[in-house]
Ligand binder design. Structure first.
Ligand code: PNS
Length: 159
């Protein structure tokens, strides 16, 4: 039984995240999508709002995916949940350096936990939550880049 954690800010959930979640759910017995609560970051959506989006979009589709919130060190959280794998999405070479550093630091902190990089569909290779927020804030369309629910929530929040 392989349990994987897919950690992130998910502020907001994009179709690129969903793509990685779906791929992970096919590969691992159980996937825990875990939202980081980071007091240093000022998110657009609260943890409750982000959790609600995941609950409404991810949970009905994928039976082996669980949702959770975590704080502190990711490897400690993974150990607590007895997860063997951390999943991270890599979109382009530019992601690689930061992800490589994190993966090796996490390995140093706990060599029993393996990081697995997954590539989302190339149609999402340019997509990030940061750009989605920026485009939506400036009045551009994010249709097709985020679930319809997220699009609605973005337009309500940014009115
Ligand atoms: O979606 P993000 O913001 O790119 O996710 C980053 C995340 C949550 C994976 C990373 O910030 C993280 O793991 N934070 C937890 C604290 C931690 O373990 N830091 C050491 C990482 S080497």
């Amino acid at each position: 039984m392989t349990r994987a954690i897919y950690p992130g800010s998910f502020d907001p959930l994009t179709n690129g995240h969903l793509d990685v979640i779906e791929r992970s759910a096919r590969l691992f017995d159980e996937v825990i999508v875990a939202i980081l609560t980071n007091p240093q970051k000022e998110p657009l959506f609260s943890v409750d709002e982000r959790m609600d989006v995941l609950r409404r979009i991810v949970q009905p589709r994928l039976k082996n995916v669980r949702l959770d919130v975590f704080h502190g060190l990711l490897v400690d959280y993974a150990k607590k949940l007895q997860a063997q794998v951390i999943v991270r999405g890599i979109r382009a070479v530019s992601d690689y350096e930061y992800e490589f550093q994190m993966a090796l630091m996490n390995r140093r902190l706990n060599p029993d936990i393996e990081t697995v990089f997954m590539m989302p569909s190339e149609s999402y290779s340019f997509l990030s939550s940061r750009l989605v927020k920026e485009v939506a804030q400036l009045g551009g369309s994010v249709k097709g880049l985020v679930p319809d629910l997220v699009e609605e929530l973005l337009s309500k929040k940014l009115k």
